[in-house]
Write a protein that binds this ligand. Structure first.
Ligand SMILES: C[S@@+](CC[C@H](N)C(=O)[O-])C[C@H]1O[C@@H](n2cnc3c(N)ncnc32)[C@H](O)[C@@H]1O
Length: 334
């Protein structure tokens, strides 16, 4: 059970919205959501035949998506304030949250831009339902809307916007440059596109944990990145791009590219909520890359996710959570 209220005061960036905290669990990686094949039974929009790297059962990922977004809420709130510095918040009247998932960030944007209608845009109906329910709980229902649409096909349905936020979602579209051109075409003059993509590899354990070879997390990150590439290659209309987000944003006619990275820092000892998310992350990542690890690393990972093991993540005192998320912005000329 996780509860962002339990994120103690040592972290100034913790989330404020805890209503979905019962769903908390987290998936952490350099790429925010490590690709894991879907199980083919979801109501999402996988692109293959149900067992490929690009086939996500998004609905089953709900706890992970909510937990992750809540853990990063402080960073996203700071990012929203930064976007507000680029354009006064009261001039922002309509925001599109592309690939909103369950709407944690949608609601956060609605709070940061109190004059704005914020539209959660996603291909998954169930997740959009959670976004609306969250908006209702937070008293934001009058300004939060949803559009269920599969991108890039549905760009024409989105309408114009002052801010387009795409959090951990652009990389799920095969042709990212074409998608950015689509975003640019929706922006009002002076409007801002903000991409949450990349950052630093998240760390949750010391390099040497007293079991196995030091550096397990770094070795897992390499494997997660390999899976990420497999996922991207399987997307419809997949195009390889150098992830120079500023260059991509300007290539579609936007100006003033800028990047800032925001820290999420929960030091040891973790409160139970964050610890549980860390455990969920490792369980998730062990499903993703466990089979590709060396036998020695796999054995260590099994111990780490064993709730009964004194050296496991559920009990050891040295578990922490340290992450950085990068936000890349650019504007349409006024
Ligand atoms: C990794 S989640 C990000 C959720 C949220 N933005 C966040 O940062 O917490 C990606 C979201 O993009 C949506 N998505 C992925 N591909 C999509 C597509 N082609 N069209 C519409 N939505 C898509 C998924 O349904 C999922 O909710």
């Amino acid at each position: 059970m996780s509860d962002s209220r339990g994120h103690d005061g040592r972290n100034s960036q913790q989330g404020q919205d805890s209503q979905d905290s019962h769903d908390d669990a987290a998936q952490r990686s350099h790429h925010a959501h490590a690709p894991v094949p879907g199980h083919g039974h979801g109501h999402g929009h996988g692109h293959g035949h149900g067992d490929g790297w690009a086939d996500f059962d998004w609905e089953s990922l709900l706890p992970l998506l909510v937990g992750e977004a809540e853990l990063f809420s402080g960073a996203y709130r700071e990012a929203a304030a930064w976007i507000g510095e680029q354009r006064p918040a009261d001039e922002v009247r309509r925001i599109l949250d592309i690939g909103s998932g369950p709407g944690v960030v949608t609601c956060l944007l609605a709070q940061a831009f109190p004059q704005a209608e914020v539209v959660a845009v996603d291909g998954n109906r169930a997740l959009l339902g959670h976004a609306l329910a969250r908006a209702e709980r937070l008293g934001l229902a009058d300004r939060v809307r949803t559009i269920e649409v599969e991108l890039p096909e549905g760009f024409g349905l989105l309408g114009e916007a002052d801010v387009i936020w795409a959090g951990n979602s652009l990389h799920h579209l095969g042709d990212q440059r074409a998608a950015l051109a689509g975003f640019a075409g929706l922006l009002r003059p002076g409007g801002t596109v903000a991409l949450a993509e990349g950052g630093l590899p998240t760390r949750r354990l010391p390099r040497d944990i007293g079991m196995g070879q030091p550096g397990l997390e770094a070795r897992m990150d390499v494997l997660v990145d390999e899976r990420f590439a497999l996922m991207r290659a399987e997307l419809p209309d997949a195009k390889e791009e150098t992830e120079d987000w500023g260059a991509l944003l300007t290539s579609v006619g936007l100006t003033s590219p800028a990047t800032r990275s925001f820290l999420v820092d929960f030091p040891a000892p973790l409160d139970p909520a964050v610890r549980e998310q860390v455990v969920s992350t490792f369980i998730r990542n062990s499903e993703t890359v466990g089979e590709a690890l060396s036998p020695e690393d796999a054995a260590v990972l099994r111990r780490l996710v064993d709730p009964a093991d004194e050296a496991g993540l559920a009990r050891r005192p040295d578990v922490f959570f340290l992450a950085a998320r990068s936000i890349h912005t650019a504007r349409r000329a006024a």
